[in-house]
Ligand binder design. Structure first.
Ligand SMILES: [Zn+2]
Length: 149
């Protein structure tokens, strides 16, 4: 129970155990933060240190925004990685090697996200206007293991 009026607006120490790095963040507005004040906010933040492929092709019923940038906080433009981002029913592949933000409106099929080259760590962050992250893979709801609450 909050002891001061705005206590629940602060979410201290959101860090959880990382994958390949010490910490990462997975925040689900409805479950892990702000005491239910902000339900439609979901965030995953992680540092990527080696190539990885993420996600089966999927859709969801909320928008999602991906952010890719260099992990050196003093120069996030230092992006030494190559990402191949699969988009749409057509499976168009968008390859980029610069800091990039990708907007996925609800219902648009996307993934996998193949991080092919990592010469220096990068930050991978995605956010969604949803209370939790549920993908629809072939119409079936799936919650990836690394973000289960
Ligand atoms: Zn998605």
């Amino acid at each position: 129970m909050a002891t001061r009026k705005y206590e629940k607006h602060f979410f201290p120490n959101p860090l959880i155990k990382g994958t390949g790095v010490k910490h990462r963040i997975v925040m689900q507005g409805s479950k892990t933060g702000f005491d239910g004040l902000m339900k439609n906010y979901w965030l995953r933040w992680n540092c990527i240190t080696k190539p990885v492929s993420m996600g089966d092709p999927h859709t969801h019923d909320f928008d999602e925004i991906f952010h890719f940038f260099g992990a050196d906080a003093s120069d996030i433009s230092d992006f030494q990685a190559v990402v191949e981002f699969h988009m749409g029913e057509e499976d168009e592949i968008y390859r980029f090697d610069k800091p990039t933000i990708v907007y996925i409106p609800k219902g648009l099929k996307h993934a996998p996200i193949d991080i092919k080259v990592v010469k220096k760590p990068i930050i991978f962050m995605n956010v969604a206007n949803a209370p939790g992250f549920v993908m629809l893979v072939d119409g079936k709801p799936v919650v990836p293991d690394d973000i289960k609450p």
